[in-house]
Design a protein around this ligand. Structure first.
Ligand code: HAM
Length: 431
């Protein structure tokens, strides 16, 4: 066994260069920057502002917010204790954002808080392609909004980000889960329908029949899906107001020209949803096909201690799954920016002389790189090529004595001898 350390399974390093590694790393850091830049731009256009909350949260916030019986809380939390305090590495960001909203009395600012985030989340799931233990979500939460336009805008925001990145092949599925008041009647009807069929259900579903029957609707098993074909559907049980709200959400999505599928069996893996629930799937992702999910969570605030109900809606999307979908769709993201100048030096004097010059050029705003290993000219030129530098400045002891340097344009190969004093002007003029 090697005694060198490795990343923990289900986590990965994000490196500057693309790697074909078994560690499941999904994209180089500049691709992350590009995607995050797009997310920020689209958010900004929607008046959505960034919120950053801690990675560590109180375990009780997550347990109460997401629901004790969910897979996330019952099986997948990275939770630990120190003294009397119970901590969890956040498995998602909605409950933390609502905590922050309540803690800082953001309601007092009036209106709707349109917030977004990008950052790591942690779930102790079995790692596989598209499913990791540390993964990254971007998402948005519209807090204080009960208007159906907020639900529609949330969905369209996710769609716009995907489209802006060039991803067009995805499906939006939509459902309404009604309110907490209408859920028991539906649960009872579903349980009554499934109980006689229990013998044909998987062990997990049989357990869920007692604990959380709605989750059975989420099954991936073909046989179970067949059994569910004649099951009662939630939409027949929801209240008039929820029905009207759902109708409005659909109306706004249609007005925006978005095609979506209504999926009466769409339920989510977190318990805080009321009314709107949606998911965005990519056909190229295989088993972990859900790019993004979200919905309305009007009861979360009360669940975590607010005296007032706070209507809210949002979505979260996996960054890693987005990269996998982009790759599968053959979408090539822009390359990392290449340096403006690579400085090649020959001889000790030239090397020493170059050091403050490079610093001055960098201070003037140029991106300048050079070799730190004292390698041969050939090796330095190879490195300049590898880094796709646009120009190379070659400084040798002899040139230095004459107050000159060689300037090479890498695209044309054209090389000229120029006075050192004129270099800053030449370099910045061509930038
Ligand atoms: P979620 O469906 O649990 O919802 O996660 C949202 C997205 O995060 C998933 O669709 C998937 O792309 C990504 N994701 C989840 N778990 C993993 C994992 N283990 N590895 C890689 N990617 C993963 C939520 O988290 C809710 N907070 C969404 C929301 C926001 N609802 C309202 N506002």
């Amino acid at each position: 066994m090697s005694d060198s350390f490795q990343t923990i399974p289900g986590t990965f390093d994000i490196l500057p260069d693309a790697q074909s590694s078994s560690a499941g790393t999904v994209a180089p850091s500049h691709a992350w920057q590009h995607v995050e830049g797009t997310i920020r731009r689209v958010m900004q256009r929607h008046g959505v502002r960034e919120i950053r909350t801690p990675i560590l949260e109180p375990t009780a916030l997550i347990a109460r917010g997401i629901g004790q019986l969910t897979d996330i809380v019952s099986k997948e939390m990275f939770a630990f204790e120190r003294g009397d305090a119970h901590y969890v590495l956040r498995p998602e960001v909605t409950a933390p954002v609502m905590r922050a909203y309540l803690q800082h009395h953001l309601a007092q600012l009036g209106g709707v808080q349109r917030l977004f985030y990008v950052g790591p989340c942690f779930r102790a799931e079995r790692p596989q392609k598209g499913r990791y233990r540390q993964f990254h979500q971007f998402g948005t939460e519209y807090i204080g909004a009960d208007d159906a336009r907020a639900d529609a805008e949330t969905i369209l925001l996710a769609v716009d980000i995907y489209r802006e990145l060039g991803l067009t092949d995805f499906t939006v599925r939509l459902n309404s889960l009604g309110t907490a008041a209408t859920r028991p009647a539906y649960k009872a009807a579903l349980t009554a329908y499934l109980r006689p069929l229990a013998g044909q259900l998987s062990e997990t579903s049989r357990e869920r029949l007692e604990s959380n029957p709605l989750r059975i609707l989420d099954t991936k098993s073909e046989a179970e899906r067949k059994l569910l074909e004649a099951a009662p559907v939630m939409l027949d049980f929801i209240d008039e107001e929820s029905r009207a709200h759902y109708k409005d959400v659909k109306k706004h999505l249609e007005a925006a020209g978005l095609s979506f599928e209504e999926d009466p069996f769409l339920v989510r893996g977190l318990d805080y949803y009321t009314r709107t629930a949606f998911e965005i799937d990519s056909p190229v992702l295989g088993a972990q096909s859900t790019l993004a999910g979200g919905g309305r969570y009007d009861l979360l605030a009360s669940e975590i201690g607010s005296k007032q109900e706070v209507p809210a809606v949002g979505f979260a999307a996996g960054m890693e799954r987005l990269f996998l979908a982009l790759e599968a769709a053959g979408i090539v993201l822009p390359e990392a920016a290449a340096p403006d100048v690579f400085v090649v030096t020959l001889g000790d004097r030239a090397t020493d002389h170059a050091f403050p010059l490079i610093r001055a050029w960098r201070q003037s705003g140029l991106s300048v790189v050079y070799d730190l290993k004292g390698r041969s000219m050939k090796a330095q030129m190879r490195e300049a090529n590898r880094q796709q530098a646009r120009r190379v400045v070659i400084l040798g002891d002899a040139e230095l004595d004459a107050g000159m340097a060689q300037l090479k344009q890498m695209d044309t190969g054209e090389q000229q001898s120029v006075p050192l004093s004129g270099l800053p002007g030449l370099l910045s003029a061509a930038t």
